[in-house]
Ligand binder design. Structure first.
Ligand code: GUN
Ligand code: FE
Length: 471
């Protein structure tokens, strides 16, 4: 299979930009022209442009009309450009289990549904089949960046990395480490875990070299595929494995992801397994696993000490509201975290969460925050539409330490983008992730809303309209 790349044309886009440059704020910029260079980087944004092609020619005198690609969406008043969604927590192999959870809660859900499915991915044909569906499905739902949990199988994990690379999805790829408290048919020992972890790191390094051969990479984060160290959760790993992973992450400055404080029985279990650590967050910190590049999924039942520790270490939280409702884990106190300047993004947590869509997850985050507010009687706990769209984009980018590249539209960032059409259901419009080669021009048409009464003006501030239509 070929993983070769070819360069992009200089491109200019003309139409309305919508993004959330700050928590709680939606900015709508009509008639913008956006210049995107051959590296996929935004080089100019002109507001109220009358002629985008002219803007491009003025920007760089070496360009001419024949080597500039123009995409003009102004003829459709219901269309706009929106930053690609960021899924900060998704289990790619669990995709076939979406919607299957019965009345289980975390620990029996893992044994009954999850581990048997994940174990089947040692068959690489299954891995290829399911992983290609996941990457395509999430892209179709507007997810241009995803932080993936794969399985313990290194070869299958490398298949997922290849598929993200080929389809132009920015992917953080985590081979799941689990050498303790796991079923006989789905477990590794310490030595195997080290070897398999290194195998995936090496594979991703090769992918990065392919990208570097056609593109300038100034910072390692610009690589489309990044490795992410993934101890499944504290109970799955022995202390010596956790320490090894912490040291490795420090040495190579790697991202880390895991689960934390999702379920009350899980928390009790962690207390018993790690009696020397002060609390769940401290278990990770005691193994050097809390860093500014750590993504902690769920974080529902944290105490004040744990929140302080997470803030101190600048780790991020992935809020997974659909999962938390489905397997009845609880309502994460998102505002409680945000008010302390902790970075929060959204995670589908497929298949704890039944939807591969970050838009659905954003809607659910809004509702879960209202359920929380019904218990706390705090108006402030309610998340707004602007809040959840921020979490879905720039918030997620910050959690993944990618905010210098993606999350909103700014000169110097990547043109990481989905085309939203409020009118057409199921439209498949070719669009424009920032990527290098032609095949990176993914189909990312995304419908946010289909409202007959929608006027020329795009207004996402109305909760009811936002909630009204399923994708
Ligand atoms: N905790 C440990 N493993 C998992 C998983 O696969 N999903 C969720 N939601 N929580 C976990
Ligand atoms: Fe999860």
């Amino acid at each position: 299979e070929s993983l070769a790349l070819s360069p992009l044309a200089f491109s200019v886009y003309h139409g309305t930009l919508v993004h959330t440059p700050q928590l709680g704020e939606i900015e709508i910029l009509p008639n913008c022209s956006v210049g995107v260079n051959t590296e996929g980087t935004i080089v100019f944004i002109n507001k109220n442009s009358v002629d985008a092609m002219d803007d491009a020619l003025k920007f760089d005198s070496r360009l001419n009309v024949s080597n500039i690609k123009l995409v003009d969406i102004r003829s459709n008043p219901y269309s706009f450009f929106f930053p690609g969604f960021v899924d900060t927590h998704i289990h790619a192999p669990q995709y076939p289990n979406c919607g299957i959870f019965g009345n289980s809660t975390l620990l029996d859900w893992l044994t009954r549904y999850t581990f048997p499915l994940e174990a089947s991915f040692k068959n690489l044909q299954i891995a290829k089949d399911i992983y290609s569906k996941v990457v395509k499905k999430t892209l179709r739902n507007g997810t241009t960046t995803a932080s993936y949990f794969a399985t313990i199988d290194a070869n299958a994990t490398n298949v997922l990395a290849n598929l993200c690379f080929k389809n132009g999805q920015r992917g953080l790829i985590g081979r799941v480490c689990m050498n303790d408290n796991s079923p006989d048919y789905y477990v590794e020992d310490f030595e195997q875990s080290k070897k398999s972890t290194e195998k995936v790191l090496k594979h991703i390094k090769n992918l990065n070299e392919i990208q570097e051969s056609v593109s300038r990479i100034d910072k390692s984060e610009e690589n489309l595929i990044l490795p992410i160290i993934t101890p499944r959760f504290a109970p799955s790993c022995t202390s010596d494995l956790l320490s090894w992973l912490g040291d490795l992450s420090e040495e190579k400055d790697l991202h880390i992801q895991t689960h934390i404080s999702e379920n009350v029985e899980e928390i009790e279990w962690v207390k018993k397994l790690f009696p020397e650590s002060k609390n769940y967050a401290a278990v990770y910190d005691d193994h050097k696993l809390l860093t500014s590049k750590t993504v902690l999924a769920h974080a529902i039942h944290l105490n004040e000490d744990e929140k302080k520790l997470i803030k101190l270490k600048k780790s991020g939280v992935s809020h997974c509201p659909i999962s938390n409702s489905s397997i009845t884990s609880g309502e994460a106190r998102v505002r409680w975290l945000l008010d302390d300047s902790i970075n929060v993004g959204l995670g589908t947590d497929v298949s704890g969460g039944f939807a591969p869509s970050i838009l659905s997850t954003a809607r659910h985050a809004l509702l879960v925050s209202r359920h929380l507010a019904m218990k706390t009687f705090k108006e402030n706990d309610k998340l707004t539409v602007s809040d959840v769209l921020y979490l879905a984009t720039l918030g997620g980018a910050k959690v993944l330490s990618l905010e210098e590249l993606i999350g909103d539209f700014q000169v110097g960032k990547k043109w990481d983008c989905q085309l939203v059409n409020l009118r057409e259901r199921d439209s498949q419009v070719d669009i424009f992730s920032w990527q290098l080669p032609e095949y990176f021009h993914n189909k990312l048409a995304k419908e946010i809303n289909q409202d007959e009464k929608a006027k020329d003006k795009i207004d996402l501030s109305d909760n009811l309209r936002f909630m009204a239509n399923q994708n």
